[in-house]
Design a protein around this ligand. Structure first.
Ligand SMILES: *[C@@H]1O[C@H](CO)[C@@H](O)[C@H](O)[C@H]1NC(C)=O
Ligand SMILES: *[C@@H]1O[C@H](CO)[C@@H](O)[C@H](O)[C@H]1NC(C)=O
Ligand SMILES: *[C@@H]1O[C@H](CO)[C@@H](O)[C@H](O)[C@H]1NC(C)=O
Ligand SMILES: *[C@@H]1O[C@H](CO)[C@@H](O)[C@H](O)[C@H]1NC(C)=O
Ligand SMILES: *[C@@H]1O[C@H](CO)[C@@H](O)[C@H](O)[C@H]1NC(C)=O
Length: 757
């Protein structure tokens, strides 16, 4: 179907023209997709130089597509006799060569690379291999990113940060990932060309920290609008992201039209058939209840194809597109024929712009609303698209795999994904057994249509170990021996074998990282939740293991203290121990209150509010990756005016706290950051303890409703506060952790032996 602009008046002058002019200043559109061997080789060599500096010269990197012989990505490592280089790495793509390079660094040089830092002390001379090593990925794809990661983690990234991430992706062997930046600029052009005016567009886009949910049709307008400079910066980033990913042989996934439209479309096209969906999550129709176009409405194809053509014109394409129509939103009808019509309309709007289009869809909806998505509904949605023209991300496969009850997505290809993290929360967590066995079981499933593995955390920069493990598994044909893997992990991460650190990691492996059954990693510690008398303190592991790991890491501090990754882990494990301690104090507070024991209430409340939380705050403030200031200042740094800086900071503050104007998804994206613990969680706990004390003193009952109203003022006060927080660390992590340990460890142990009160 030909895509023609609707009868609207066409693009107006003003901001759109400004944007078009500014675009002339950007680098030219790159980008015919699919880089040849030579270009990929150059890209992976440049990556090696960024990673290893001059030492990169001792590694020869080459790309030969033929190495894979038409199969999945393959790399080969060897040390040619008499050659000047220690090792020659050949990959069937840039990504495969980068994965081969990391294999060499990891298994032969004892190196490690992660979000929290790198340990790249190379042996001198570099070790030579006794025999050739050859490895092929067990499937076509290794995928990375969740639609939400764009907002929880990447919202404020500049090119330098993106470049590091893409390097990490390549070294991890990831070959399929979204490139979603700048799509609002393209949408704005499309909406303008359809005849929407600027205020209609401004009322639609959310602010930068909430775009993920705008793109999925969940939200509009909240914390927006997007300033013109935002679009420019994101377009600039997108050019570079797409160019770099492709140069390494990665497949970029571009966004496509899912059927949601701004209200302005109804003004311009009064006869268009669009229906308002219900509110998303705890939002009412002020910021939610998006309009969904009827799949039969001709405008569906017009808008969808117009958008995709615009995007392809700008960025080229690798022919894979993402769209989520019913993510956490109930369709209007459960009639299978309707659901097939919707998915077919989405798919046709893709093929209208690119006949080779393949649709990549998040499969979250199926396990999120299982009552609605019965087999007939799932099958209908999936079969609205020709078999093989869709890839479903089995998004939460480590806990709630969908392929098992849908006959492997009724024949559509799927990727087995580890979700692992919600809201970018801090908290040690893992389902190591499920990820060590799940992908292999999924491949053996009868008539399995699995085509790869994926990492789809809502937020990154936490729990490095789990991601390193999953990346390694993405290239393996069988599971690993986990205890020996983690022992080696500790050694690589700190750059030297240390028995205490290795023991600490084995304890963490069997406790926090070994959640079995249906595990949802959403940090519900009382520390990060609005206080009440009914808080959940259940743990999926033995708390003593974390205290013991803490003791062991501290004992390794003298030897490992100079390692940045060790310091990061010491903060993280101390933080986890502190979070457990908060639960203990909370239980003491609650028990004292319920038994009308004022002195005990004052003691436990006092220690929590005046000692533990400030001490935790200063621990976090001692590490650059645990600073509220880093998050807020990175938001401000994107701004081009004071007004934008204020708006972005508000976005950043709101996302990690109230999540919406009135605490709609309160604390969903909670973080444990220096500054936030003291000025947000701490103030809240202080108010709670005071309210309980007041209640005992006056003999009047504690009213949660009244407390909630009062504490909302505190929470809101934090969001609108203008206090600036340092983006550089202060204080000595080891010293602070040791002090905390000496003060709390014995009582912590006694407490966890005795079990919760
Ligand atoms: C856009 O259109 C709406 C609806 O007609 C109108 O209320 C608004 O003033 C217009 N805004 C601009 C900037 O023209
Ligand atoms: C308008 O769309 C709704 C929902 O998609 C559909 O049920 C209805 O039949 C459509 N109406 C017309 C006149 O096509
Ligand atoms: C696998 O597919 C074949 C061929 O379509 C079919 O006969 C068989 O029943 C399927 N097996 C299972 C367990 O679904
Ligand atoms: C995880 O726990 C299960 C039992 O719940 C156990 O069988 C398994 O060995 C544990 N795995 C690790 C790595 O500790
Ligand atoms: C937890 O671990 C400690 C020591 O590591 C042990 O003494 C205790 O019995 C364990 N508790 C449970 C409930 O397994």
């Amino acid at each position: 179907m030909a895509a023609r602009p609707g009868p609207g008046p066409g693009p107006g002058p003003g901001p759109a023209l400004g944007l078009a002019l500014a675009l002339l200043l950007l680098p030219p559109p790159p980008l015919l997709a699919g880089a040849g061997d030579a270009r990929q080789e150059a890209a992976v060599r440049a990556l090696a130089r960024r990673l290893l500096g001059p030492r990169a010269a001792a590694v020869e990197l080459s790309v030969e597509a033929a190495l894979a012989a038409g199969g999945p990505d393959t790399y080969r490592l060897r040390s040619p006799a008499g050659a000047a280089v220690a090792v020659a790495v050949t990959g069937s793509s840039g990504v495969a060569a980068a994965a081969g390079l990391y294999r060499y660094l990891r298994d032969f040089c004892g190196c490690h690379l992660s979000w929290s830092g790198a340990q790249l002390r190379l042996p001198d001379p570099l070790p030579r291999l006794r025999a050739e090593i050859r490895a092929s990925a067990p499937g076509r794809y290794r995928y990375y990113q969740n639609a939400c990661t764009q907002s929880y983690s990447y919202a404020w990234w500049d090119w330098a940060r993106w470049e590091r991430e893409i390097d990490w992706m390549a070294l991890s062997g990831i070959n399929l990932a979204p490139a979603f930046a700048g799509q609002e600029a393209a949408w704005q052009r499309v909406y303008r060309s359809l005849g929407l005016n600027q205020s209609e567009i401004d009322g639609y886009f959310t602010g930068p920290a909430f775009l993920a949910w705008n793109r999925m049709g969940n939200l509009h307008g909240w914390a927006g609008p997007l300033p013109p400079a935002w679009h420019l910066k994101q377009l600039y980033l997108q050019y570079r992201i797409v160019e770099r990913m492709r140069s390494l042989g990665m497949i970029t996934v571009l966004p496509a039209f899912a059927g949601h439209v701004p209200q302005g479309v109804l003004r311009v096209f009064p006869h268009v058939n669009a229906t308002r969906l219900g509110g998303w999550s705890h939002f009412d129709c002020t910021y939610s209840c998006t309009y969904l176009l009827d799949p039969e409405d001709p405008m569906f194809q017009v808008i969808g194809t117009l958008f995709l053509k615009e995007l392809i014109k700008e960025f080229g394409t690798d022919h894979i597109y993402s769209a989520d129509t019913f993510n956490e939103m109930t369709p209007l009808f459960s009639d299978p024929a309707y659901l097939s019509r919707v998915s077919n309309a989405v798919f046709r709007s893709m093929t209208g712009a690119d006949p080779e289009a393949l649709w990549l869809m998040q499969g979250w909806l199926f396990q999120h609303q299982p009552d609605f998505w019965q087999p007939a509904q799932v099958r209908a949605l999936l079969h609205g698209v020709p078999l093989g023209r869709m890839i479903v991300l089995d998004l939460f496969a480590e806990s709630k795999p969908v392929y098992q009850w849908t006959e492997s997505f009724y024949g559509q290809p799927f990727i087995w994904c580890m979700l692992h993290n919600f809201g970018g929360n801090h908290g040690l967590f893992g389902t190591v057994e499920a990820i060590n066995h799940g992908p292999f079981a999924a491949r053996r499933f009868p008539n399995s249509t699995m085509v790869g593995t994926g990492l789809v955390p809502e937020g990154i920069e936490q729990n490095d170990m789990v991601y390193e493990l999953m990346n390694e598994l993405g290239w393996r044909q069988e599971p690993l021996d986990l205890p020996s893997w983690v022992t080696r992990y500790a050694e690589r991460r700190y750059g030297t074998p240390n028995p205490a650190a290795a023991s600490a990691w084995r304890l963490l492996l069997r406790s926090v990282y070994n959640c079995t059954g249906v595990c949802v990693n959403h940090n519900r510690s009382p520390l990060v939740r609005r206080p009440s008398l009914h808080m959940d303190t259940e743990l999926w592991y033995n708390a003593s293991d974390v205290y013991e790991a803490w003791r062991l890491l501290l004992s390794a501090g003298a030897e490992l203290g100079s390692s940045p990754t060790f310091r990061y882990d010491l903060v993280d494990v101390t933080r986890q121990a502190a979070q457990q301690l908060v639960s203990n104090y909370y239980l003491s507070i609650r028990q004292a209150f319920q038994s009308h024991a004022l002195p005990e209430l004052l003691t436990a409340g006092g220690v929590l509010v005046y000692d533990l939380l400030p001490e935790l705050d200063s621990l976090l403030s001692s590490h650059s990756l645990f600073l509220l200031g880093r998050w807020l200042e990175s938001a401000r740094a994107v701004a081009t005016s004071d007004q934008e800086a204020e708006q972005y900071e508000l976005n950043a503050r709101n996302q990690v706290t109230l999540w919406g104007p009135s605490g709609n998804i309160l604390d969903y994206a909670n973080k444990q950051l220096g500054g936030l613990v003291l000025d947000y969680y701490g103030v809240r706990w202080s108010l709670f303890v005071s309210a309980l004390v007041e209640s005992l003193n006056s003999g009047s009952p504690f009213h949660q409703d009244q407390f909630n109203q009062a504490v909302f003022q505190v929470e809101r006060g934090f969001v609108y506060n203008k206090k600036r927080y340092p983006a550089v660390p202060a204080g000595d992590t080891l010293e602070i952790s040791r002090k905390l340990f000496l003060k709390y460890y014995p009582s912590a142990l006694r407490r966890s032996r005795a079990g919760p009160a």
